[in-house]
Design a protein around this ligand. Structure first.
Ligand SMILES: [Zn+2]
Length: 112
């Protein structure tokens, strides 16, 4: 099911990373890219936003995904899954972000 077309972002598919969310226009630092919403439709922007250990966006307390830097058009939008608004998500995967600060494996610590 295709993601509804947006003037703000679009989905790119690649063999290595699968679906990724890319900007369709410039965003200024501090600007809201989209609102956290996991449930309204079968495919939401958050479903195709990839993790990065050095992300360019982050969720705030109001559930807005905020640009951490000025973003160019056609830049991949990423956030840190370990700072996800649903911390119970059972993340456990090898990271492909290829940044200098990559932690290698994204895994939610289990609570005792
Ligand atoms: Zn990484």
């Amino acid at each position: 099911m295709p993601l509804s077309v947006s003037k703000d972002f679009h989905v790119v598919e690649s063999d290595t990373k699968g679906k990724s969310l890319f900007t369709s226009r410039k965003f200024s630092k501090g600007e809201c890219i989209y609102l956290f919403d996991y449930w309204s439709k079968k495919v939401m922007p958050i479903h195709v936003t990839n993790h990065s250990c050095e992300p360019n966006s982050s969720f705030n307390a109001a559930g807005e995904l905020i640009a951490l830097y000025d973003l160019e058009a056609n830049e991949e939008i990423t956030y840190d899954y370990l700072l996800h608004p649903i911390p119970a998500s059972p993340w456990d995967f090898t990271c492909l972000c290829q940044t200098d600060g990559c932690i290698g494996r994204v895994k939610v610590a289990t609570r005792n």
